[in-house]
Design a protein around this ligand. Sequence first.
Ligand SMILES: [Zn+2]
Ligand SMILES: [Zn+2]
Length: 366
Amino acid sequence: MMNFVMKHKRAFIVGGAVLVLLVGGVWFLNNLPDFAVKMLINTAVSTNRKAKHFEEDALYVITTGTGAPLPDPNRAGPQTIVIAGDQILVFDAGPGSTRQLELIIDASSVDALFLTHYHSDHIGDMGELMLKRWATSGPAEPLPIYGPPGIEEVVAGFEAAYQLDKGYRIAHHGVEAVPPSGAGGEVHLFDLGTDLMASDVVYEEDGVQVIAFNVDHTPVFPAVGYRVTYKGKSVVISGDTIFTESLIHHSMGADVLVSEALNHEMSSMVSEATRDFENNASLVAEDIKDYHITPEQAGIVARDAGIPYLLITHVLPPVPNQILVNPFLRDARAIYDGEVYMANDGTRVKIPVDSEKITIVELLKK
Ligand SMILES: [Zn+2]
Ligand SMILES: [Zn+2]
């Protein structure tokens, strides 16, 4: 025995050291000292504020909600943030999107919210966004919210629902920390009328211009898309729409198209697979095919409008496995030579003002 030990002395020493380290490591994790707790919390708080990701002079596009009404564990409801100069503009507020937004920027830094239409998957988190912006920084003015007709009703409804919460927070933190005047939203209504090709400048501030244009999401009306321009660079946000000339026309020469997309074949598969369910799943999966653009059509828009980069969001149906991302995008890639990327919650696209080099990083993926 002794001989065996002596012969493998080194192995025993190394094995013993590993064992001590393992036992020590487990003990350390179970009895984490205060300094380590503090260090980890400090790190988490500082990395939650990722201002460093937006230092360069560029037009930034961040998707903080890339899902749609159908549940997807990895995707919040639709939301896209555009950062240009010192302005932070938010487009739509789908369910769960405020949480994703706050992992990337401070809710208090949002300058304005723009709504594409009033389907619940695009407005469900408006109350949370207004509340978080107000409660975390105590602005004196409410959040400017831009949208087509119907916006007064929607903003007023969310304000009514959050009225009690507003009272609790004022009672708890005081009017200096949370001035009552800063709660809720300030309505900025624009009306493009019924002409599908209509558009108008709805926002212009310090070199950042936002154009709203009509899209076709019938029977949903009104429904608009947006084009944001900063220092000659622009991004188009499709909103929910079928393939339409309006989208191509208003996307001409943009740098990035953020388009919703519904894959018809996959939606038919979902409809087929849920046929025997005792709910509306099968019917809805079939119905939604007639008012959303397909990946292939989004590719045609990007191609015909001369856009080098297509970012697919509002992913329908949900993609349950990464292996299905390429099949989802296949038809878009077949028709279009530019970059096609399925956005994730936390995808950041940078469009530098002084070059053509568009880059992409994931801010929330571990
Ligand atoms: Zn939608
Ligand atoms: Zn919709």
